[in-house]
Design a protein around this ligand. Sequence first.
Ligand SMILES: [Fe+2]
Length: 228
Amino acid sequence: MERRTLLGTLAAGTLGLGLASHLDGAQASQPAPTDPLADYKPRTFALEAGLPGLSKEMLGEHLALYKGYVTRTNALLREVRAAEAGATAPVQELRRRLGFEFSGMRLHELYFETLRDKAAAPGPAHPLQKAIAAGWGSFDAWWAAFKATCTMTGIGWGALVQDPLTGRLMNAWFQDHENAIPVGTVPLLVVDVWEHAYVKDYGATARAKYVDAIRPLIDWGLVEKRFN
Ligand SMILES: [Fe+2]
């Protein structure tokens, strides 16, 4: 994607709008809608059979949770529109909930589409890998810092993001779905570390083992496409 296009999408200043252009990745099952007022539709991901280290039962529950975010996002968008048209609903609370539900929807899509068996390994010659090496010294050193981010106390997401204005990479923590996000940055990789993402398979005290299991499932071919 051209930087000008990326900056245009990011100018909207929200996580979701800034990510819209990334949904044409190799595993995207649904192109971006041409009607900006159309309902969002749950995307499909080849995860129902499970993956090495992630059971089909746990992933099945996770996919169902994702569909709930899509449903509630559509409902909230209608409620907000009605409130803005003069209804008496408390629109401020609706807006807060919309940020949570929409970001939950979009983050799950970014996460699920990067997970696959026999995922593409990091390409050492790719500019993203060179940027990681420049920032942290090596891929393994970056991963250690990323894993530490993913195992922070709290409910949220570990993320590798890029500031499109400077190109800088940062490991970031997205609290819940919509808080503590460095504004305008583009998520290149996100890992769901809410308890529903791992407790069924690993128990409540072994989030680190879940993050270890995720590592070989990350399709770096797709992550690298998100790098600008
Ligand atoms: Fe989740």
